[in-house]
Ligand binder design. Sequence first.
Ligand SMILES: [Fe+2]
Length: 219
Amino acid sequence: MRRSQIPDCFAQELFLSALKSLAHALQAKDPYTAGHALRVSLLAKAVAQELGLSPAEVRQIGFAAELHDIGKIGISERLLHKRGPLTDYEYDEVMRHTMIGEQIIAPLMGVDLTVKEVVRWHHERMNGTGTPDGLSGDDIPLAARVVAVADAFDAMTSARPYRTSLSLDAARRELLENAGTQFDPECVAALVRLLAPHSPLAAYNNPGAYWCQTPFPHL
Ligand SMILES: [Fe+2]
């Protein structure tokens, strides 16, 4: 059967199965990344919705966010699991996951620009000092700017073997201090609004409470 004869619904199933296989491969290699990807996806969708993006854009950003670190499949487990700070060389090695991820998904994502943008550019910074391309400001696609904020917030509020998590207030301060240099200020403002007292996200630094509350039934 030629590619053009494959029914759309079947092609879509194959496409989703391939992505699930990739996600499971990464989960087996780095269990932290699996939970992280899901939380970043939920956060990114909430931020996208707060920014007023369309439901289709919100869904697309959430999907892309789940795959944002897929390139870590190509990074050594020694580096992914290292306790303590990375050397400059090791940091550069880990950061290659953005380019590796783009190469992994390229054959699957021929038309899905959002996923490609998020996977390659979620570590770019507003002032142009990010990686891998040193993009700045609006040259960084909005989806990647949204995921960058969600990614950083989840990393700050998650405990790792080598450090404890930041409190919600400390994470919020960190985002605000770096708005405009590292992060898109509008994305930071949207997340800070979502963190207001009594909002579902305010329980975010208490993972047990967070997951039990099923905070985003509408997304
Ligand atoms: Fe990443």
